[in-house]
Design a protein around this ligand. Structure first.
Ligand code: ADP
Ligand code: MG
Length: 251
């Protein structure tokens, strides 16, 4: 589905990603873990064309997308959530989900302004449906900046569901959450996000990774140091060593 081939990405002298080759299969759910600063978010940024790689290739369903812009990649059906939340704080929850759909072929702000009622209705209905999927229907008219963090992370998931992408990166979907909130997020991901979709999940909460993923990739200092079955990968001495003495908590 998505192939990263020999990806290198440096920031100045710092190799953030070195010779990363990973294939994410159709409808697979893969955990991407590693200590802070190991390159996880950079991998998502490169795969979604926020940055171009210094070298290497990115293929999506066999087509070379290495040099496409972020907008084109988004339209192809690749979406992501952000570790540092991205939403419109002064818009309602519902408007945030509606806005996530602009840019999908056939859905545009122009269509709305021109009063294409069929499109407008489907955008609205689709946003309402997505909010229901994540359990936010009762707060749909609240401003996003009035929502607590767990609900904002759910709002990010609703924005993804409204677009119905084929492949999604979730960057720390349970970041800043209590164990109980993380458990709810894990359930939401399994029930609503992973079915019929390729998912790559970045998370420090290993419980969530084990619950959600059938495969785990481990980055350490920009290198892929393990890739495989979660229990086996997590038992590897090299993986434990990568985390030793670092600030990241393997909870
Ligand atoms: P992770 O998500 O695994 O915590 P990142 O991918 O955010 O790690 O960062 C990997 C390394 O690249 C870190 O050393 C980080 O400081 C550096 N880095 C990430 N983005 C940038 C950037 N835009 N400019 C400079 N350095 C960056
Ligand atoms: Mg990160």
């Amino acid at each position: 589905m998505l192939n990263l081939v020999s990806i290198d990405k440096r920031f100045g002298n710092l190799p953030a990603l070195s010779a990363i080759t990973i294939e994410f299969g159709r409808n697979e759910t893969v955990g991407l873990i590693g200590p802070n600063g190991s390159g996880k978010t950079t991998l998502v940024n490169v795969a979604t064309a926020i940055y171009g790689p210094d070298s290497g290739k990115i293929l999506f369903k066999g087509a070379d997308i290495t040099n496409l812009g972020a907008h084109r990649i988004f339209r192809l059906g690749i979406a992501r959530t952000f570790q540092n939340l991205r939403h419109f704080p002064r818009m309602t929850a519902l408007a945030n989900v509606e806005a996530a759909q602009y840019g999908i072929p056939g859905n545009s702000l122009l269509h709305l302004l021109l009063g294409n009622r069929r499109t407008a209705r489907s955008l609205r209905e689709n946003a309402e449906w997505a909010l229901e999927q994540v359990g936010l229907q009762d707060v749909r008219d609240r401003l996003a900046n009035a929502l607590p963090l767990p609900q904002l992370r759910r709002l990010e998931i609703a924005r993804i569901l409204a677009r119905d992408p084929e492949l999604v990166f979730l960057d720390e979907p349970a970041g800043g959450m209590t164990p109980a909130e993380s458990e709810d997020m894990a359930r939401l991901i399994v029930e609503r996000v992973t079915p019929n979709r390729t998912c790559i999940v970045i998370e420090h909460k290993i419980e969530l990774i084990v619950q959600v993923c059938s495969r785990v990739c481990v980055l350490d200092a920009g290198l892929l140091i393990a890739d495989g079955n979660p229990r086996q990968v997590l038992a590897l001495p090299a993986v434990a060593e990568a985390y030793l003495g670092r600030e990241a908590a393997v909870a």
